[in-house]
Design a protein around this ligand. Structure first.
Ligand code: CP
Length: 309
């Protein structure tokens, strides 16, 4: 793995496979009575979050602690960013404090790439604008492989549904599913699909209903209102009526099909509460696997190449 993880493209199929194998060994570590290893003792991991997060920030911090790294947490509120400090000055300040890796979430696509040019630490992209969220893609793949008890996703049919245009998760996850051999269908209204399909795997459908009986995985996305400057559909109610995974719609799924969502979910919009909590949902497995994946990423970037322990 290179010095940074900025995009799924940094990994390719081989890099993804390696990280998933390593993640599986960290799942085993997490099942121990004391789920902690000394692999990154003496290293410091900073989280630099310019956008809200629950899962990603907490699971990166948990991962760093379970690897025995020291952690440093930055959030915009209460920081000198509120007094006008620039991103570059903020990052260089954090670097001067002594860090080995910085986990970055930022509303601007490309911010982690810029930061990687400014400081020596390894940079992990924890979501940049509508560009990428590579560790979300990795945890999604790990979750599906573990759920299916297989290492092959060849031929698995995955529908990614919703606001694909504004979703960094869709960009990373659809690409990663495609790299591992899954057949991806992007589903949504034309206004929420990418302007160009260049670089996207699979096919497109404007209708959810004919797709549901065919797929093994329905991957639902939240409407990213914070990234929309204009109304792209008439109302949430109409969106839910056409694209929401309601209880009635979920009945059209194959008996062993699974429902995934990166979170946070808007219950009653893209997913009914009963479906989110129902037997087909593996949403909480996704969250749980996020820690092992992030342990694997941090260890790959900062570990000295020795055993995990
Ligand atoms: N899936 C995800 O990135 O969630 P958070 O915004 O809570 O980190």
């Amino acid at each position: 793995m290179s010095r940074h993880l900025l995009s799924v493209d940094d990994l390719g199929r081989e890099g993804i496979e390696e990280l998933l194998e390593l993640s599986a060994s960290f799942v085993e570590v997490m099942q121990r009575e004391i789920p902690k290893v000394p692999a990154l003792r003496g290293k410091t991991v900073a989280s630099l979050f310019y956008e809200d997060s629950t899962r990603t920030r907490l699971s990166f911090e948990t991962a760093a602690k379970r690897l025995s790294a020291d952690t440093m947490t930055f959030t915009v509120g209460g920081s000198s960013v509120c007094k006008g400090e620039s991103l570059r000055d903020t990052v260089q300040t954090i670097a001067a404090l002594g860090v080995d890796a910085v986990v970055v979430r930022h509303q601007a696509a490309g911010a982690p790439h810029r930061i990687a040019q400014w400081i020596d630490a390894s940079i992990v992209n924890a979501g940049d604008g509508r560009h990428e969220h590579p560790t979300q893609a990795l945890l999604d793949l790990l979750t599906l492989r573990r759920h299916l008890s297989t290492t092959s996703l060849d031929g698995q049919r995955v529908a990614v549904v919703g606001d694909i245009r504004h979703s960094r998760v869709a960009r990373s996850t659809a690409k990663a599913f495609g790299l591992l051999g899954a057949e991806v269908t992007l589903v949504g209204p034309p206004t929420l699909l990418p302007e160009s399909l260049e670089g996207w795997p699979g096919r497109v459908s404007f209708d959810l209903d004919p797709v549901l009986p065919e797929v093994d995985v329905v991957y639902l996305l939240r409407i990213q209102r914070e990234r929309q400057s204009e109304a792209l559909f008439p109302s949430l109610r109409e969106y839910a009526a056409r694209y929401g995974l309601t209880v009635e719609r979920a009945r059209a799924l194959k008996p062993d099909a699974v429902v995934m969502h990166p979170g946070p979910a808007n219950r009653g919009v893209e997913i009914a509460a009963e479906v989110a909590d129902g037997p087909a949902s593996i949403i909480t497995e996704q969250v749980a696997n996020g820690v092992a994946v992030r342990m694997a990423v941090l260890w790959s970037l900062l570990g000295s190449g020795g055993a995990v322990a």
